[in-house]
Design a protein. Structure first.
Length: 562
């Protein structure tokens, strides 16, 4: 299934169709993707990107890229650039509609003044601890602040002094005057502005007060004439506040719709937890291939097509659930199977000497680049007297169902010949197998015997004198449990085997000029991507995915259980 195999249908699209039918927004659809530039985007954001940009494209509308840069203590220009790169890499473009909440700081400030003048906002001197105490709980109503009934004149005077930097950080806030007994805690006189004497990455030191997300978000949506403000489910309880601000200010009113955010097994998508992984050195950075960030997935070898297809398959729901990471990997394999060239590589080399092969002969063996796409043609691979095979493809004393190479046994070398093991060289002290001696049958060139005899195994190989030595990084799930986010000490479940580095791996010479980001299928081993750290003539490959498709097995088991 590819991106265009069907048109998705979900409750959000049905709402939009109904709004178009009733001409609610003049027949227009205008969405936005509003990330906070305080970290790198992850696969959950990718779902939101695909949803917002995808809906705009599907309904011939527009989608803005808007940065929610209202907290200068955590935001950096580096994150802004990384977000733009990720959105473009996924295949979307905002066509110049790049906006920032900070673009509207002056307008927001004036709207706050309007609320004060209308008696709907006040300056509060309660500390953050006191604010929590006065807010109450889900079962206990809140208490009104002793500063709630200040006059309009005093509130305007204090708010102006907040803006000019006369008060210390955290000493005062501007709060909306709504209802401290509301069953929705978000409506209990929420903070609109707080004092943060911190330099902003775009506005510098112009401001020392900054709007809260709930205030900035709805006003930004309104200013940009967004029709459908699509948010994740945790903002459902914030929607009454979104509506309250716009109604009180008599502003253009977008429609907020919530959907369940993405949760994937064997990883965490909490930004706080991802920051902890990076800062405590459990991973090598935001783009570590074990991270669920878009940058990490790109470095590992994920394709934008596979992520878009995954986002389409999981759909949009109102209820939280966990998606098995096996589905994401399945979408990746589907895509790479069609596009990745096949090559041969040996990760744990075992030297093989073909006794009856001429010492000075080197043949050029023809190999298919991708059986799924004949247009990719063929390549030629050198074959010689000395080759490497995988260590695990040989056993001196094989069990009953081991069909690969063993003493006296014949196997096929992919695209080449049948070989038979006639001798084993071992380390005298450790007993480790160091080298195999084999013979080959010249009549089996191409991998078929003219007399019709069959072998039960086909092995991949590389010519020893022609091979290139590379470094390979093997990745597993970062966590050993399916739902690490459920545990307070989630770090305790980090998989110590999540990264294994193999040196002295051997690949065919056709990979000599492989470029950073190129993806190949190492036959019988999986999909591998050239890492950007490849340098000084030494290629580094990241294992993108194994060939084993666990998702297919899961589907078969579910079908069988039914």
């Amino acid at each position: 299934m590819d991106d265009n195999s069907y048109k998705p249908s979900d409750f959000i699209r049905e709402i939009i169709k109904e709004d178009l039918k009733t001409n609610r927004y003049g027949g227009h659809v205008h969405t936005r993707f509003p990330p906070e530039p305080n970290g790198y985007l992850h696969i959950g954001h990718a779902k939101s990107i695909c949803l917002n940009f995808g809906i705009a494209e599907e309904f011939k509308g527009l989608c803005n890229l808007r940065f929610d840069d209202t907290n200068p203590t955590k935001e950096e220009a580096e994150y802004v650039e990384s977000i733009k790169e990720d959105v473009k890499w996924l295949g979307f473009d905002w066509d110049g509609r790049e906006f920032y909440a900070s673009d509207y700081f002056e307008q927001m400030y004036q709207y706050a003044i309007q609320l004060i003048k209308d008696g709907k906002a006040y300056v509060c001197d309660l500390s953050s601890d006191e604010l929590r105490e006065y807010r109450g709980t889900l079962t206990i109503p809140g208490k009104e602040s002793p500063y709630r009934n200040r006059s309009v004149e005093e509130n305007l005077y204090l708010f102006e002094r907040m803006r000019t930097g006369e008060f210390e950080d955290g000493s005062r806030t501007l709060r909306a005057k709504i209802d401290m007994s509301s069953g929705n805690i978000n409506m209990r006189d929420p903070v609109i502005y707080r004092i943060l004497d911190t330099e902003h990455h775009r506005t510098g030191n112009k401001w020392c007060i900054y709007p809260m997300y709930d205030f900035a978000h709805c006003i930004s949506d309104s200013i940009e004439k967004i029709t459908h403000s699509i948010c994740t489910l945790e903002f459902e309880d914030h929607r009454p506040l979104y509506d309250w601000f716009l109604d009180q200010l008599n502003l253009y009113h977008p429609r907020q719709i919530e959907f369940a955010r993405l949760n994937i097994s064997h990883t965490v998508l909490s930004k706080r937890k991802l920051v902890e992984l990076v800062e405590k050195g459990y991973v090598r950075g935001w783009d570590d291939p074990r991270m669920p960030t878009i940058a990490g997935m790109r470095r590992r070898g994920y394709t934008p097509e596979s992520i878009r297809n995954f986002s389409q398959r999981i759909g949009v729901a109102k209820r939280e659930s966990i998606v098995d990471v096996a589905l994401l990997e399945h979408c990746l394999r589907e895509d790479l199977n069609k596009r990745a060239p096949r090559v041969m590589a040996v990760l744990r080399p075992l030297r093989v000497v073909i006794e009856n092969y001429p010492e000075d002969l080197v043949e050029e063996i023809e190999a298919i680049n991708n059986p799924e796409d004949p247009s990719m043609g063929t390549r030629r691979i050198p074959f010689s007297k000395y080759i490497y095979i995988e260590k695990e493809d040989f056993m001196e004393h094989p069990p009953e169902k081991f069909f690969r190479l063993a003493p006296g046994r014949e196997v096929r070398l992919r695209y080449a010949y049948f070989i038979k093991c006639i001798g084993v060289v071992k380390d005298e002290k450790t007993g480790e197998v160091l080298e195999l001696h084999c013979t080959y049958d010249p009549a089996t060139k191409g991998g078929n015997a003219p007399d019709g005899r069959k072998v039960k195994a086909t092995l991949h190989w590389v010519s020893a004198p022609h091979s290139i030595e590379v470094e390979v990084h093997l990745y597993e799930h970062l966590f050993t449990v399916p739902n690490p986010g459920d545990y307070e000490d989630f770090m305790a479940y980090i998989n110590p085997q999540s990264l294994q580095v193999l040196n002295s791996c051997k690949v065919e010479p056709n990979l000599l000029n492989a470029k950073s980001g190129e993806i190949f299928q190492f036959e019988r081993l999986g999909y591998f991507c050239v890492d950007p750290d490849s340098r000084n003539g030494k290629l580094v490959f990241n294992r993108t995915a194994t060939l084993k498709d666990e998702w297919t097995n899961i589907m078969k088991r579910q079908k069988k259980d039914k």
